[in-house]
Write a protein that binds this ligand. Structure first.
Ligand code: GLN
Ligand code: ZN
Length: 773
């Protein structure tokens, strides 16, 4: 008999109850007890629901008031010094101060850094460690939640983030770098204490997550697994070691030899490794196969899953477990809430609740043998119908689009002349001063702008009045930029709420849900578009706005688009064709827009690729292939242009040393990039690599309300000029300004323009590199 279990359920709530409770607490409108009550209700509801659906083992510890990595940090008492913790239990306000830098009624402190959880769009709080640090059990929240579950008669399987993954993700802060593994022996006693406490409660299974097993691990880390798990298992309930997000490759034999009672593998991203594992594990070990995709929103092919698992059933009996590939944290809660979507389309989708049902159905089918009871037979045939309708739907397939994409080759993805020549033509036409100034695209999204868009969406405002309202905002932005003396202007993006949604809404092949929220971090959720079919652009999306903006000024106004890789990486994508194929279709749609902008007289077009880097595969051996198609997609958007049209791109991160060659291969004429937060550390990339095109290293951090001084900006640009030829340099902020107010933006940009003027006037001594070739 195969058993159904789950690795984790979305914690935010079908109506984002947790978000609202958290934010009310942070604003001081509710007390901690109210927040804890909402948390408890959510947990109990999620457990009960999974139990009613027929899950055999149900996770606890997948809930969190902010982040599961921070929960582990709290459990270990790894509280950075600046929070002034003097031992004892970590209370909710200390917890929130670590997460957000502040909490009701306590002193602010610098929050912990946040970064992306593997290759997902979920962000965790980075643990901080120092040499010789000590650890102690400082939070027993997991035990309390397990007690709650037991009290509700839930067959509970507590989940812990494993010690090796926690340590791997931790950052050495302050002091010299050291071998993080040296701290392992200090951490394990805390895990032992927690695990014995769970065992004392009669817990049969715990799940310990070690997703780093899907990464390229140094041998010292590989070697640490066996001794670690030897130390943990003797006092613990039975341990199911869980890995996800990829295949284990060289780590598979080692994982299969660990002294644990079971192993979970991701059978969606990890291919058929589970078949190898079935041979490597002993017959009394559990093999958990994560065959339902926990990262995407499509109904599964149940027949296919049954066929691949059937051979294992006879061999393993109830030592075969069926699960989602990873925690369901990464998908929305319930498709049942989408009452406005087309019914056929809705039938193709499965969110967390539907995925739980699929896991249960699969386990049941595998358990009953060849003659299925009518109920299961009906579920299978309904599944057939759904897959058939999707496979053959005209909402999905359009031959013209696939033919066009098939015709793209390297030659088509090539601009007419090399950058060296293009930049001459562009300069002859644009006549920009040295150190030209520009911004990244958006200007403050004032409450007035938001209201305007909202009223239009809700039908309170007709199109004519909406367009007039946005035009007023554009005119305001242009006027401000002219007054500030910027060289290349933008229209300000008042008409956009989100850089992906805005385009997705106008492209064929995308659908939007009303409530399909996924947690991004803390209380923050995103509602990614779903790419259901072949992508095309029925009509121009931005041309009228840009044309209007340009009509108000003699300075060049940049067209402003989101790039294909970013649109892809921030959406739920099709699983019936490779990502690269979908990306190319988006690229062709953006290419059409780029060409329409050029035809409308736009001389500069920016195509943002904010998410190019975050799409990098987890294993280095897969990088080249990803970067290859991603770069080609970008180039496809621009290659049809005249040499005189200048292409800008923008990226929101500074750590691009490892992908700099690919970034250069995108062949944008100008790239603007984040760099001030890392104090221009980005410039290190240019030690070994001479970036060939123009570049604007962001000179101030737009995430902070502080106004940068002229001197700081000049100093930063001089630092840049020591590495990059001054004639390649642009002066711009780090990122878009939509989250700031005009009161913050105006003085900051005034100083930026003043700094550029100072740089232009400065004697050449301020630019140590020789100018010219
Ligand atoms: N053009 C966008 C803006 O200025 C870019 C945003 C981003 O890089 N995330 O808001
Ligand atoms: Zn940015």
């Amino acid at each position: 008999m195969a058993l159904a279990h789950n690795l984790g359920f979305p914690r935010i709530g079908a109506n984002r109850e947790l978000k609202y409770a958290l934010e009310a607490y942070w604003r001081g409108e509710q007390d901690a007890e109210d927040l804890l009550t909402v948390g408890r209700e959510l947990r109990v509801r999620n457990w009960q629901q999974q139990k009613d659906q027929g899950m055999h083992w149900i996770p606890a510890g997948d809930f969190s008031y902010y982040d599961q990595v921070l929960d582990t940090t709290a459990m270990l008492g790894a509280i950075p010094q600046r929070f002034g913790w003097s031992g004892g239990r970590v209370d909710i306000d200390l917890y929130f101060r670590m997460a957000r830098g502040r909490a009701p009624g306590s002193e602010p402190a610098e929050a912990c850094e946040m970064t992306k959880w593997f290759d997902t769009n979920y962000h965790y709080l980075v643990p901080e460690i120092s040499a010789g640090q000590s650890f102690s059990l400082a939070s027993t929240r997991l035990l309390e939640e397990v007690d709650e579950a037991i009290a509700c008669s839930i067959p509970v399987k507590p989940v812990l983030l494993g010690p090796l993954t926690w340590l791997w993700l931790a950052k050495v802060r302050g002091g010299k770098p050291f071998d993080k593994l040296a701290l392992l022996d200090r951490i394990l006693p805390v895990y032992r204490e927690m695990l014995s406490a769970l065992k004392a409660r009669g817990i049969e299974w715990v799940q310990i997550d070690e997703p780093i097993l899907v990464l390229d691990l140094p041998s010292t880390w590989q070697l640490a697994f066996a001794p670690t798990y030897t130390q943990l298992t003797d006092i613990a309930p039975k341990v199911l070691l869980a890995t996800y997000f990829g295949s284990l490759l060289e780590n598979l034999p080692l994982a299969c030899k660990l002294p644990v009672a079971g192993l979970h593998l991701d059978a969606v991203r990890g291919g058929d490794e589970f078949l190898q594992a079935a041979d490597l594990l002993t017959s009394d070990q559990v093999l958990s196969v994560g065959i339902i995709d926990g990262r995407n929103i499509w109904r599964s092919d149940l027949d296919k899953a049954v066929n691949s698992l059937r051979p294992l059933v006879a061999k393993r009996g109830d030592r075969l477990w069926i699960a989602p590939s990873c925690s369901l944290l990464h998908v929305p809660v319930d498709i049942g809430q989408e009452d406005k979507l087309d019914a056929e389309l809705t039938s193709w989708l499965a969110f967390a609740r539907q995925k739980v049902a699929e896991v249960v159905t699969l386990a049941e089918i595998l358990s009953v043998g060849d003659t299925l009871p009518a109920r299961l037979q009906q579920q299978l045939s309904e599944n057939h119908q759904v897959l058939h309708s999707r496979r053959n739907s005209s909402l999905v397939h359009c031959a013209d689009i696939t033919d066009r994409a098939a015709g793209v080759d390297d030659k088509l993805a090539q601009r007419q002349s090399p950058y060296r020549e293009r930049i001459e033509y562009q300069q002859a036409q644009l006549r920009l001063p040295p150190y030209p100034t520009t911004t990244i695209g958006s200007f403050p999204q004032t409450p007035q702008i938001r209201r305007l868009r909202q009223r239009f969406k809700q039908g309170e405002l007709d199109n004519e009045n909406y367009v007039a309202g946005i035009k007023t905002e554009i005119a305001h932005a242009i006027k401000q930029q002219e007054a500030l003396g910027l060289d290349v202007l933008v229209h300000g993006e008042a008409e956009r709420n989100d850089m992906v949604e805005y385009f997705g809404e106008q492209l064929d092949g995308f659908i939007f849900t009303r409530k399909a929220w996924v947690q991004s971090y803390g209380s923050r959720c995103v509602k990614p578009p779903i790419i259901v079919g072949d992508v095309a652009r029925p009509q121009a999306m931005t041309v009228d706005w840009i044309r209007y903006a340009q009509s108000l000024t003699d300075k060049p106004v940049k067209g402003m688009l989101t790039g294909p890789v970013t649109i892809l990486n921030w959406s739920f994508v099709r699983d019936d064709q490779p990502r690269s194929e979908t990306c190319l279709q988006i690229a062709l749609a953006i290419r059409d827009e780029v060409q329409d902008l050029e035809a409308a007289g736009t001389r500069i077009i920016q195509i943002d690729e904010a998410a190019l880097r975050e799409g990098l595969p987890l294993r280095q051996r897969d990088w080249q292939s990803y970067l290859g198609w991603a770069v080609r997609a970008f180039r496809t958007t621009t290659s049809g242009l005249a040499d005189t049209t200048q292409i800008h791109t923008h990226m929101c991160y500074s750590s691009f040393n490892d992908i700099i060659a690919a970034v250069a291969a995108m062949d944008a004429d100008v790239i603007t990039i984040e760099s001030s937060r890392s104090d221009m550390a980005l410039l290190d990339a240019f030690k070994d690599f001479a970036y060939p095109n123009d570049i604007g290293p962001g000179v101030y951090d737009i995430h902070s309300p502080n106004v940068p001084t002229v001197e700081t900006i000049v100093a930063r640009m001089q630092q840049a000029a020591a590495r990059i030829k001054p004639q390649q340099l642009w002066v711009n902020p780090d990122c878009g300004l939509k989250t700031r107010t005009w009161d913050e933006v105006k003085p900051a940009l005034a100083n930026m323009v003043a700094a550029a003027i100072e740089l232009r006037d400065a004697p050449k001594a301020s630019s140590p590199t020789t100018i010219g070739q």
